[in-house]
Design a protein around this ligand. Structure first.
Ligand code: ADP
Ligand code: MN
Length: 172
């Protein structure tokens, strides 16, 4: 069964603006915003806390099982920093957000992150880890890297994604 509406994945280093973008696109288009971090906490789809990386160890198989039906129907915008464990067939568009390193550092300082965690995340951004993960995991044609440093970037990204949704048609 082809999807009647597209699925979009928004990924990128923590702090690049995924949740803000997804909320605004969901509002503009009617897509359903699925924040994987929130889902993992709400349904306990994890195996505890990783002291080294200071994050929950998510159970990727359980997350995929929990999403399968919704993704099959389509019309979802999925919000998660990584992207390599979702089935490739789920997504019509994969967006990777990127932020200027010093701006990202300032955003992460406003969170209750340790210096070590801030450093690791900014390093992840500098090394283009998520861009590489996305291009390794999905067809090049559907991966789009978008800048998310200024409010103007955010506004343009919302408009671009909303416009893309309006022109999307199911493939027969
Ligand atoms: P993520 O979900 O990727 O961790 P958030 O959407 O929570 O990121 O954004 C982190 C912070 O950065 C928020 O305070 C948000 O308002 C701000 N922010 C995100 N993107 C932009 C942008 N393009 N311009 C200005 N501020 C932004
Ligand atoms: Mn977020």
């Amino acid at each position: 069964m082809p999807r009647s509406a597209p699925n979009i994945l928004v990924c990128g280093t923590p702090g690049t603006g995924k949740t803000t973008l997804c909320q605004q696109v969901a509002e503009a288009t009617g897509l359903k915003h699925i924040n994987i971090g929130d889902l993992v906490k709400a349904q306990s789809l994890h195996s505890g806390w990783d002291d080294e990386f200071e994050c929950l160890v998510i159970d990727e198989d359980k997350v995929c099982d929990a999403l399968e039906d919704m993704m099959g129907e389509g019309g979802c915008i999925v919000d998660y920093h990584g992207c390599d464990f979702f089935p490739e067939r789920w997504f019509d568009l994969v967006v990777v957000l990127q932020t200027d390193n010093s701006v990202l550092w300032e955003r992460l300082e406003k969170r209750a992150y340790s210096q070590k965690k801030i450093q690791e995340n900014v390093q992840c951004e500098i090394m283009h880890v998520i861009v590489e993960e996305a291009t390794d995991s999905y067809r090049e044609e559907i991966v789009h890297v978008l800048q998310s440093t200024t409010p103007e970037d955010m506004e343009r990204n919302v408009e671009q994604l909303a416009a893309w949704c309006r022109t999307w048609r199911p493939s027969s």
